[in-house]
Design a binder for this molecule. Sequence first.
Ligand code: GLN
Length: 291
Amino acid sequence: MATVRDILQEALHRLPGLDARREAALLLRHALGVSEAWLIAHADDQVDADRADAFRGLIARRVHGEPVAYLTGTRGFHDIELRVAPGVLIPRSETELLVELVLQRTPADADCYVADLGTGSGAIALAIAHARPRVCVVATDTSGAALDIARDNAARLRIDNVEFRQGNWCAGLPDGHFDVIVSNPPYIAEGDPHLHEGDLRFEPPVALASGTDGLDAIRTLVADAGAHLRDGGWLLLEHGFEQGLAVRELLAAHGYGDVFTKRDLEGRDRVSGGRFSQQGVRAPSKASRAP
Ligand code: GLN
C-alpha cells in the first residue's frame, strides 16, 4: 500500500502547472476528507486502495483540465467557504476587491441596502452579508440552477440577510432604494482566445463573455442601475484589465460622479465605480443644449 507522501509525489509527476503541489494537496484532502494539518502530520500513513484510486481519478480529471474547484465542489472566497458546481462561475480572488469596496461603503452599525446582480454561487452577496449582518442584500441571477446553489450556500453558512431573486440584472428591483449596487458581470469579448484556455473552458459561457467588446452587460448595468440607487448611492463593477477607461466613460455619461478605477493585487485595473446623482443625469442634457 502507498503512503500519503507516495501518492502525492505520484500526482506531482502527472499534474502540469506551477500550482501542482497546492492542487494535489487540495484534491487529496478532498479524497480523504481531511484537513491541511492532517496531511502534514500523516505523510507516512498508508492510504487504503479505494481512496488512493479515488484520488488518482481526480488527478486524471484535473490533467484533462477540469477546474479544481469543480472537482472538490468548494472554493474559499473572502471570509467564507462556498459550494460551487459547473453551473456557476468559480469565484476569483480578484473579486474580493469588489467585496472590500462595498464594505468600505456600508457601515457596520447602520441598516444599508445592497444589490448583487448576476450573483452566480452567491459569492459577493454572501461575503457582504456575512461581514455586515445589518445589511440587507438582494441578489439576482437569470439562472435558476445558479440560484439553487446560491440559496444552498446561504443555508449552509446560516446567512439570512440575503434575498435571492430570479431575473435579469435590475429587473424587478425597487426604484431609488439601494446604497450600493455591485456586479461581477461577464466582460470577456466573444471570440477572445482565453475562453478556450484553463478553467474558463469548463465555466458557463454566459457568465464570462458579453458581446464583441465584452462590454454589453456593463453597458446595460450602467444604463439601468441608476434608477434603483438612492441619490448618492454607488455602482461598483468588476471588469477586464483593459476596460477601465471605457467603464469610467460609461459611468460619467450616465450621471455618475466620483468615478474611479481600482487595481487588483496584480496591479491591473479591475473595478470601477461611481456615485449616482439625479443632478448628474440632468447635467449632460443641459450641456448638450449649449451652443
Ligand atoms: N476574471 C475572469 C477571468 O478573466 C472573468 C470573470 C468574468 O467574466 N466576470 O478569468
